[in-house]
Structures are given as C-alpha cells and as structure tokens.
Design a protein around this ligand. Structure first.
Ligand SMILES: [Ca+2]
Ligand SMILES: [Ca+2]
Length: 298
C-alpha cells in the first residue's frame, strides 16, 4: 500500500512540476548590453503557459488518482459565508482548493469525487478543484472545479450507446457493467485568467448530448483581447482532438447543436464569477505568495 501511495505522490509531484514548468521554459535571455549586469540581477520573468496549453494538461492531470495520504491544508479562511481551504501535497505547493460551509479538515479523507450510496459522509465535500498560480503572484489564475462522474462517449466510438435519458429502468445490468461504468470519467469545468488582471477570460466545459445523455465533447471559450467580452467559442468532439467549429449564440450564451453545457452554466460564465472571486479573496486573506504554489522548488 505504501508503495502505491509513494508512486502516486511521485506521479503527482512530477505532474504538477510539468504543468508549471511551462512558466520557466522561455526565460528572458539576459541582456548583453551595458545594462547586462543589472538585467542579470533581476529574476527573469517568463511568459506563463496560456489557457490553450494548460487546458489539455490540466485535463490529463485531473484523470490521475489523487495522492490522498500526502495532502495537508496550508491555509483556511472564512470568506463571506464559506470556508476556503488551500491544500498542498507533501514537498510540493498548493494545487487544490476546497469550499465548505463548515470548517474543513482531513483532505485525504474528505475530498470526494463521487456521491456514494447513502449520501456524502460527514465532513466530506464535492466542492473542490485544482487551483494553479501560473505566474506565481499569489493569485489563482486557473481553476478546474469538480463537475462529477459522467459517462463519456469513448473516442472513435461507432454505433449505438444506451440512452441515458430514458431512466434507470431502460438500462440493463449488462449495459451498466460493460458500457456505462467503464466509460465513466471524472469531469471538471475550467476557468482561467490569462492576462492576470483578476478577471477570468477563458473557460471550458464538457458538453452533454441532449438526446442520449452522454458527455460527447467540450465547448471552449475565450476573451482574446481581454476587454471583458468573450469573443471566441469552439466546439470539440471528444477530448479536444476533433474541432467541430464555432459555437452558436443565443439568449443564454454560447450553444452547440444537440449539446448542453455540463458543468459551467451559463457559458461563458458571468464576468464576476463568484467561485473565481471568492477563492481569490481567500488567497488574499491567507496572504499567499508564489512560493506557496511553487512548493519544494521555492
Ligand atoms: Ca497568478
Ligand atoms: Ca483576465
């Protein structure tokens, strides 16, 4: 058991390092002119990984098992009527955020990814997600919040799938065991601030086919010129590999034929998204800095 945990921890630490490594790969080349000495004495500020690059990586990380035994709470603050807890991993930085009505403790036991029969155990929560500070300024600029366990159309699937919209009575045990359960995935919705001004400008949510009930792709939206209005939205089939084209727009926001946003509604989210704002208010109250997110490499 210890070996399994140890391996999972290593996987997570190296995986998070991989995500954040993008922040340092394009380090500013020190000037060689008369100001060279001064330039070299200032830490190079590298352009952090943008949303397009981060999204598939954070998605991939979110599919890995969480190293539960190595989690601990680095700071917890009450913001408005919720407790915001920042969770890190042994020898690493903060990478998880939790929202609870009461005080939160024992993240290794209480970060849940699904609703067990009989409801959530006392102290457990589904309201958590991954939190990144890509430019290490102490503010969270990328969130991936748990949506839930959902049946996802397998990549390259051809043929019929059981209709999930017809109710449990239409699903046989064989369908559940052979098709539905093996294709159930943990999904998170994503929201990010790519120009680090405190307002989100990028978002992604999985989409559910309105006819079958299966998750069949993603919608990804961006405010490319950072003027507060989302101006681009694309629809993807599967896990970002196949782009189907642009979203349509109706009175609710961005839409796609026969699909509905699964996790994040409305899509795109309102400019002042309460989760994003609340978590960063918590980060401010905690006095977090980049070092809290860098972890062992700080
Ligand atoms: Ca930041
Ligand atoms: Ca922004």
């Amino acid at each position: 058991m210890t070996m399994i945990f140890a391996r999972t921890v290593l996987l997570w630490v190296s995986a998070m390092t991989l995500v954040l490594a993008g922040c340092n790969t394009k380090a500013t080349k020190p000037s060689e002119d008369a100001e060279g000495l001064a330039a070299e004495s200032v830490p190079a500020v590298a352009p952090p990984m943008n949303f397009d690059e981060a999204l598939p990586r954070v998605y991939a990380l979110s599919q890995l098992p969480l190293a539960r035994s190595e989690l601990d709470i680095r700071c917890q603050q009450k913001v408005r009527d919720l407790y915001v807890s920042f969770v890190g991993i042994k020898d690493g930085g903060i990478f998880v955020v939790v929202l609870t009505k009461g005080e939160f403790e024992n993240p290794g036991d209480n970060l849940y990814t699904h609703t067990p029969r009989g409801g959530l155990p006392e102290g457990a929560t589904l309201d958590w997600g991954y939190a990144l500070d890509r430019n290490f300024d102490g503010s969270i600029d990328y969130l991936a919040i748990l949506d839930g366990l959902n049946p996802v159309v397998p990549d390259n699937w051809e043929g019929e799938l059981p209709n999930l919209r017809g109710g449990r009575e239409l699903l046989t045990d064989q369908m559940l065991k052979e098709i539905i359960f093996p294709n159930t995935r943990l999904l998170y919705w994503h929201i990010a601030d790519d120009d680090f001004d405190g307002h989100h400008d990028s978002a992604a949510t999985s989409t559910r086919n309105v006819n079958t009930g299966w998750i069949d792709g993603w919608m990804v939206a961006q405010d490319r010129n950072f003027d507060g209005l989302y101006d681009l939205c694309k629809v993807f089939q599967g896990q970002f590999r196949t782009e189907l084209g642009n979203c349509s727009v109706d009175s609710t926001g961005f839409v796609a034929p026969d699909r509905e946003p699964s996790g994040l509604r409305p899509f795109p989210p309102a400019r002042d998204h309460w989760v994003f704002d609340l978590i960063n208010e918590g980060a401010g109250k905690c006095g977090l800095s980049g070092a809290d997110f860098r972890g062992a490499s700080k």
